[in-house]
Design a protein around this ligand. Sequence first.
Ligand code: SAM
Length: 305
Amino acid sequence: LGERFSPHDQVRPSMLSYQHAYHAGNFADVHKHLWLYATIEHLLRKNSAITFIDAHAGRGSYPLAAEETARLKEYQTGVKRLWDSRTETGKAGAQNPLLTTWLEAIDSVQPRPQQLTHYPGSPWWLGHRLRDQDRLTLFELHPGEHGHLARQSLAGEGQQANIRRVHGDGLAGLRSLLPVKTPRLCVLVDPSFERKSEYQEVAETMIHALGKVRHAVLLLWYPLLPAGRHQELLDRLRASGVRKLWRSEVILHPPGGASHGMYGSGMLVANPPWGVSDSMQATIADWLPLLGDAARHEQRWWVEE
Ligand code: SAM
């Protein structure tokens, strides 16, 4: 189960207040987990072993009726709209192959099939297809969140020994694991961005990781907020000389106006497997009408090959 890990830990658990349960299943989770799912599907087409690392794991599963999740009900405009569209002929979830299998995967974690009561977190998305040759390490710093993660099942029984759940800082933890023994590496970096300095720390860790494992597939999620801090992170990565960074952003409405909140969701993917961006283009185009008239998707190379 859990273990304590803090060799270079500069973040005290007491500094953490973010809890993902308040946002589970929202449009940003859908954006991030569709990318994660599509990427994993592509990587599993080859037999060679993969090390998966989730630097900011959160929980394996979020009950939608939990007090925190039920307070804001953000899942209603996220996963729930797609889920409901499955049965409406001609709608996104009924048509698009990636959306269909993604929703089937979500169905497989429901205690009662066909009833959406739970939403899986990234540890489950990374763990549920784990093969004998693959490894998964999950970092979670918040003691309460780590407690949930430690109790939750993420894979079939045979694969449990391949999963490590570490109570500690994910950025320091990621650095400590590199280089890895397997031929391939896939990393999710999904911080809560509670401290301004996190943008810089994330950029430096990604540059370090891609310096150690040049071919690593690294998925970074970032929020689009009116303050625009994500731009510093993206600019630092571009200036560093790392290659092959793909950028995908789902934008709900233009920044500003009355809302100071998140207006969009961003993914930066280093070394995206060939074909994933095309399948995400089609998938997000089918999902977009469910997000309102102003919603749009923009994707392109941030740094080319
Ligand atoms: N990756 C999850 C998913 O997609 O389902 C959601 C993760 S949530 C956005 C960020 C998580 O990172 C929170 O659970 C938070 O407690 C944890 N966290 C914050 N700082 C961390 C750090 N330095 N190292 C590891 N985990 C951290």
